[in-house]
Write a protein that binds this ligand. Structure first.
Ligand SMILES: Nc1ncnc2c1ncn2[C@@H]1O[C@H](COP(=O)(O)OP(=O)(O)OP(=O)(O)O)[C@@H](O)[C@H]1O
Ligand SMILES: [Mg+2]
Length: 261
């Protein structure tokens, strides 16, 4: 089977791309779906921050500049088993994504590569799109975000990159929200994931443990599970942090301090 390269993109910023990318990678890492996560947001990298890894010496920027190979930039996240190429937190001006396609082509060992991307319609985002075999477009259920999503869908069409579907995040089921059918119709694209607003999401980011591990039964975790299943075409089992293990003890401690039940 050909390697999949999935770009997680959005028109508007702050709609949940990095959260979704990190949680999908967590679920893939717990299954036999062989995935590499890449932080394609070189201006505001946040994948490493979600995972609590920021002491890496190298990042995607160094790979794009040809200083190191992609394999040399891969970091193994101990708690989840995610393999990730983080972006370097040090600011590098004018990083070109032009080499991304070539970099991705050279990575042979993975069934799937997931790329978190910066928001918007910049040339950088276009380069990421062109390096992907399919895209997942993230939006929240409001007019500004959905309007931006339509531009991304149009841009993808211009570049002939298939859009696998929309993920609607932060759903609160209030009357003022756009309905799912309205969003599908405005974007002319199928919704493949519906993620509810969940207070455990910011809590999990604060403690740097992906939600699907931190609170596997929370509503957003269940939705991430369904999305992961939809993407890889096979059931991904729900993660369970063991109560006994060290990680389970840490998770229980954070949950009791931060979130109550
Ligand atoms: N389902 C959710 N429930 C509650 N909060 C959420 C949810 N999804 C995301 N958030 C919150 O939204 C904020 C933005 O999320 P995230 O950083 O993943 O968005 P992004 O699209 O990657 O942003 P950017 O465009 O800046 O890269 C985070 O602080 C996170 O806590
Ligand atoms: Mg982000």
């Amino acid at each position: 089977m050909d390697k999949e390269t999935i770009g997680i993109i959005s028109g508007k910023g702050g709609v949940g791309k990095s959260t979704i990318a990190v949680n999908l990678a967590t679920l893939f890492a717990s299954s036999d779906y062989d995935n590499l996560l890449i932080d394609g947001d070189t201006s505001n990298p946040s994948v490493g921050l979600h995972l609590g890894i920021w002491q890496h010496s190298y990042g995607l920027q160094d790979v794009l500049e040809g200083k190191i190979t992609p394999e040399e930039a891969i970091v193994l996240h101990p708690a989840t088993g995610i393999r990730v190429i983080p972006s370097s937190l040090r600011y590098v001006k004018d990083v070109s994504m032009k080499n991304l396609s070539r970099v991705l082509d050279s990575i042979k060992a993975y069934q799937c590569i997931t790329i978190d991307s910066p928001p918007g319609l910049s040339s950088e985002v276009e380069d990421i799109m062109e390096a992907c075999s399919k895209l997942i477009v993230v939006t929240t259920p409001d007019v500004p975000s959905v309007t931006s999503a339509t531009k991304i869908v149009d841009l993808a069409e211009t570049h002939r990159i298939p859009v696998a579907g929309l993920v609607v995040n932060r759903i609160v089921n209030k009357k003022y929200e756009l309905h799912m059918q309205e969003i599908e119709s405005i974007c002319n694209t199928r919704i493949i994931g519906k993620i509810p607003e969940d207070f455990r999401v910011p809590e999990s980011i604060a403690v740097k443990i992906p939600l699907t591990l931190y609170s596997p039964k929370s509503p957003a975790s269940t939705a991430f599970n369904n999305l992961a299943t939809e993407i890889c075409g096979k059931r991904i089992r729900t993660l369970r942090a063991t109560r006994e293990g060290l990680l389970g003890k840490i998770i229980n401690f954070f949950r009791s301090v931060l979130g109550g039940s």
